[in-house]
Ligand binder design. Structure first.
Ligand code: GTP
Ligand code: MG
Length: 315
């Protein structure tokens, strides 16, 4: 995958393009890493032409020398999807970021699914209201997505409910293999349908059910890693927000430290992205904490799950 870019974008004549393909170069990546001299001789083109082609491929893939300032401009300008709670947004550095996998993990009832549905609605808002004027894909591995809830959240924001519901593509994943295949298929939809958020709720459920216990841990972890890699590649290549949930059970056998440091809680610990732990508080209040993210402010944010959806707490 190259963000929808292909060899055709090299802008070379159809004769040269055909030769490049015949020589076995199928992707822009393969051209970008080719040795110029070899490319020239295999394809049968002059050296300067080969050089131009390799340079162009690298440009198309964004593999060019950059300054730290360039990085700041690119990264700093990354759009965010707001959550509905200003405090939670601040904790996340403005909201859920595109180009990144964000994981919400916590016990049952901590608001993971509510946040996913809220973000699927909010992504549709205009930019000045914290959205990206785009659509959502919701991969539902638990069967807990509720259109009624989406309708209520949309109404509360003054969006036309039917329109908002039509902008969320929903699909049920029935096994881990199905889930991985779906994500691959859905990727094709992303540029065509102007998708800016892909939700996988939950990302771990099927894997845990299919590979239970310690004896299966290694296989489960390996497969899950593949899935997570696939998801971060999609976030990166398509520049969309990927939001995943991970139910983590409190461990009764842990008496000190954090009791939700968890059965399977380390599963995603090494995957790139932002990890947000959710905890229950009084009534409809929930507490969010970002873990292992040196670029984000430390601390916690309290938010509420209300009739309208995710909101700041009233004081
Ligand atoms: P698991 O999937 O079981 O791990 O939980 P979760 O973290 O996904 O929890 P979820 O997002 O489903 O949050 C459930 C909580 O949201 C409930 O305990 C309710 O407090 C709240 N909630 C869900 N639906 C509504 C609703 O329609 N109105 C209001 N006010 N609160 C709701
Ligand atoms: Mg849930």
């Amino acid at each position: 995958m190259s963000g929808g870019k292909s060899l055709e974008d090299l802008g070379v004549s159809s004769t040269i393009l055909a030769k490049i393909k015949e020589a076995g170069f199928k992707t822009l990546e393969s051209v970008a890493v080719a040795n110029v001299t070899e490319l020239a001789s295999i394809v049968g083109i002059p050296l300067p032409t080969a050089h131009r082609i390799v340079t162009k491929a690298r440009e198309l893939l964004g593999l060019t020398l950059k300054t730290a300032l360039d990085l700041k401009k690119e990264k700093g300008a990354l759009p965010k999807i707001q959550t509905g709670s200003r405090r939670l947004d601040e904790l996340l550095g403005g909201g859920v970021e595109v180009g990144t996998v964000t994981e919400f993990f916590g016990e049952y009832g901590t608001g993971k699914t509510q946040l996913c549905m809220q973000l699927s609605v909010n992504v549709q808002l205009p930019r000045d209201r914290g959205g990206l004027e785009a659509r959502a894909v919701y991969v539902d591995a638990e069967g807990t997505f509720r259109w009624e809830r989406v309708e209520a959240m949309a109404k509360a924001l003054g969006l036309e409910p039917e329109k908002a519901m039509a902008n969320i593509y929903w699909i049920r994943a029935i096994s881990s293999d199905h889930q991985m295949a779906l994500v691959e298929e859905v990727a094709e939809l992303i540029p065509k349908e102007d998708i800016k958020i892909l939700v996988v709720d939950s990302v771990t459920g099927h894997f845990r059910a299919e590979y239970p216990g310690r004896e299966n841990l290694a296989v489960r972890q390996q497969k899950l890693n593949r899935h997570l890699h696939q998801l971060s590649r999609i976030a990166d290549v398509y520049g969309i927000a990927v939001v995943v949930t991970n139910q983590v059970m409190a461990r009764p056998d842990v008496f000190y430290g954090d009791p939700t440091q968890a059965v399977g809680g380390h599963v995603l610990a090494h995957a790139p992205g932002v990890r947000v732990q959710l905890r229950k508080s009084r009534g409809n209040r929930r507490i969010a904490r970002v873990v292992d993210a040196p670029h984000l402010p430390e601390g916690e944010a309290v938010f509420a799950i209300t009739e309208e959806g995710i909101r700041d707490i009233e004081e």
